[in-house]
Design a protein around this ligand. Structure first.
Ligand code: S3P
Length: 445
């Protein structure tokens, strides 16, 4: 088990209706961008300054791993990170296991980077990450010439044998996954020849954009990316936008709590991330975009959300990859809506930090909502929440989604095992209670 969670005290929240949500919220930096900025900064030549860095446990785990591999990383302030790059071939091996904590992104992308090193390494994770499928990355990496052993059933730890000659591949992803795409592209930096990745549906393209920003020749468009090995990464400044996935809880909360009007400042609006916005608008949500601008190549905007009655929808399957992390929040919106909401084509939810279809279905049922699970989604009937005790399964997004649901509950909602909220959203309780949500500060149980 990972050091990050060993011996950690189990924490719960007590959540109950607060007041109408009012004011302005600035959510922390984007997790996906922060991971990639540390990785590419470490492999670049020169000093990379990251502004708006997410100081969450997941991204700190990635930074810690690069420190173990000989990269000097400073955090002069909470949201700034200075990475003294060692160049593509400058990492130094270590005998110690590299602990990714809860972070699937960290482990899968690192598998791609470490497959190309001269030294051996071992990647481990916490209890949740230790159950997540890794063959989706080890198989294409093996086709490139990498040697990686997984645990039984293809789960971590990953034992990576260095010193392998990698070669480029033309790989059609069986599932839409930015993590798998990124692992293959990062291994492609070390490969002979061209690496091409084709996706069944376009996914977030931060790796591609950031490789280009660090000066690596790459061609990419929706659903395809292509690069060759043998170039250099040059340090640059990275401006991390606020994480749309963290904003999602506030979008849903202000939509469903009567009397709310909330401004979410400077939220990252990459179209591969904002599927929830479209889904909520189809449900009748009142969300305006203001002050759109460009933040270091990423679109950002203020989002002004007002309470509005929501109605159920069939979530368009084409939106699924663009809102893959937002389904727990969407399930809560659906439970507050009039009528039925149908989610299909989202089987990937079953292999996230928890089985998010099962975790949400169990919790919503506890609160009195009628929900039917399907293999790749759910059918949710809008209704009224009672109180109850919810198991978050140690999944940050389940915990925060039920904190939102509790704002309309008829009784107190106890949300168990919330410590992992710090993986993606440190300071969630303070920000949320500051604008009106009713959540008691974590207390040891
Ligand atoms: C991520 C990709 C998605 C997402 C995860 C972050 C990334 O995972 O769920 O939270 O940063 O590339 P998949 O690639 O497994 O869909």
């Amino acid at each position: 088990m990972s050091d990050a969670t060993r011996g950690r005290t189990r924490q719960d929240w007590i959540a109950a209706p607060g007041r109408s949500l009012r004011g302005e919220v600035r959510v922390p930096g984007d997790k996906s961008v922060s991971h990639r900025a540390v990785m590419l900064g470490a492999l670049a030549e020169g000093v990379t300054e990251i502004h708006g860095f997410l100081e969450g446990e997941d991204t700190r785990a990635t930074a810690r791993i690069f420190s173990q591999l000989g990269v000097r990383i400073e955090t002069p302030e909470a949201t700034r990170c200075t990475v003294h790059g060692v160049g593509l071939h400058g990492l130094q091996g270590t005998d110690a296991a590299l602990d990714c904590g809860n972070a699937g992104t960290g482990m899968r992308l690192l598998a791609g980077v470490l497959a190309g090193q001269a030294f051996d390494s071992v990647l481990v994770g916490d209890a949740s990450l230790s159950k997540r499928p890794m063959r989706r990355v080890t198989e294409p990496l093996a086709t490139m010439g990498a040697r990686i052993r997984t645990g039984t059933d293809g789960v971590p730890p990953l034992q990576i044998t260095g010193g392998q000659a990698l070669h480029g591949i033309d790989y059609a992803l069986p599932v839409a996954s930015a993590q798998v795409k990124s692992a293959v592209l990062l291994a492609g930096l070390y490969a002979d020849g061209e690496t091409i990745v084709r996706e069944p549906h376009p996914t977030r393209d931060y790796t591609e954009r950031m490789l280009a920003a660090f000066g690596w020749p790459i061609e990419f468009g929706p659903g395809i990316a292509r690069l060759g090995g043998g170039h250099r990464l040059r340090a640059t400044r990275v401006d991390v936008p606020a994480d749309f996935s963290s904003a999602a809880y506030f979008l849903v909360a202000a939509s469903v709590v009567p009397g709310s009007e909330l401004r979410l400042a400077a939220v990252g609006m990459n179209p591969r991330r904002t599927g929830l916005l479209q889904a909520l608008r189809l449900m009748g949500a009142d969300i305006r975009e203001e002050n759109p601008c460009d933040n270091g190549g990423e679109p950002v905007a203020d989002l002004v959300v007002r309470h509005a009655p929501l109605h159920g929808i069939e979530v368009p399957e084409a939106l699924v990859p663009d809102m893959i992390d937002e389904f727990p929040a969407l399930f809560v919106a659906a439970a507050c809506a009039s009528g039925t909401t149908v989610v299909r084509g989202a089987a990937e939810l079953r292999v996230k930090e928890s089985d998010r279809i099962a975790s949400m279905a169990a919790g919503l049922r506890t609160l009195g909502i009628a929900i039917r699970e399907t293999p790749d989604g759910a059918v949710i009937e809008g209704g009224r929440f009672g109180g109850g005790s919810i198991d978050s399964h140690g999944d940050h997004r389940i915990a925060m989604s039920f904190a939102v649901a509790a704002q309309l509950a008829g009784g107190e909602v106890r949300i168990n095992d919330i410590a992992n909220v710090a993986t993606s959203f440190p300071g969630f309780v303070e920000l949320a209670t500051g604008v009106g949500l009713g959540i008691a500060a974590p207390s040891a149980s």
